[in-house]
Write a protein that binds this ligand. Sequence first.
Ligand code: FO1
Length: 319
Amino acid sequence: MSGRIVVLSGGVGGAKLALGLAHAVDPKDLMIVTNTGDDFDHYGLRVCPDTDTVLYTLGDVADRERGWGRADESWRFMETFRALGGADWFNLGDRDLALHVLRTARLRGGETLSAITADIARTLGIAAAVIPMSDQPVSTHVETTGGPIPFQHYFVREQCAPVATGFAFEGIAEAAPNPALLEALEAGPRAVLLAPSNPFVSIDPILALPGLRDRLRACGAPVVAVSPIIGGRSIKGPAAKMMAELRMPVSPAGIARHYRGLIDGLVIDEADRALAEEVRAIEPEVTVAQSVMRSLDDRIALARCMIDFADGLSAKGSP
Ligand code: FO1
């Protein structure tokens, strides 16, 4: 089968799957749409974490332990910044800082985030298309029992401790889906994949873009998700905690319910094989596979599993 694979991505899980996909298909047939709801201005610098995690991962310069920022990093800026009284809850490595300074200057010069991101991808030798979900700013706020908190304050400064009651995506009504994404959907992709990212703060901001859900439904390609919840937990990040706080089942069934009406199939992990029938009652098309990605081979295997699953759904005539 030929045609474009479009993947919606946020966080570490999204970047891992993106890397597997870049090895599983011809990268020129791959479009990675990155969540920009995590983006924020920090001391005048525009920081775009979910886009940068994909750029660094596909560019093979990502730090492996932290899951964000660059490998082979130094922290001289932060040392001095802290000594001068700067707030040090959000760490900017020296190499990472170069990207934030350059991107901020180019944005101020009137360039679009898409154009800047494409240039950086090129300099990192990335052949796949890496595109931000929108060129207009969207700012995710986590609504908590103590009031709304900007995402990075929730995730980094408060270490995800506040109790989540909901989410707001400031600017979403004025944000247009990336035109390159709309073109890819219009052209009829081979598949649309939802990465094992946080459904609330990584995938939902993308799906909330005006008109995008309708375009996804109308694109003629299967939409396949993979559960980020495995054995009642999220591999990384606050997805499980958020589901529990929202009184949702912390399970693939909760994920199936969250994406019901949008997806045509759901991949769940081997650890949840016993739950497959329960999930099928919500989402009939379910595939059980290893979805924990430890090695590059794991990333490639999950990518191939999702593509094969989608191709199978296309052959069956669904959607
Ligand atoms: N996450 C942290 O937990 N602590 C940090 O100091 C931190 C700095 C940082 C700098 C650049 C960047 O692109 C990401 C950074 N992150 C940090 C991760 C970031 O908060 C998350 O990657 C996303 O926003 C959630 O996926």
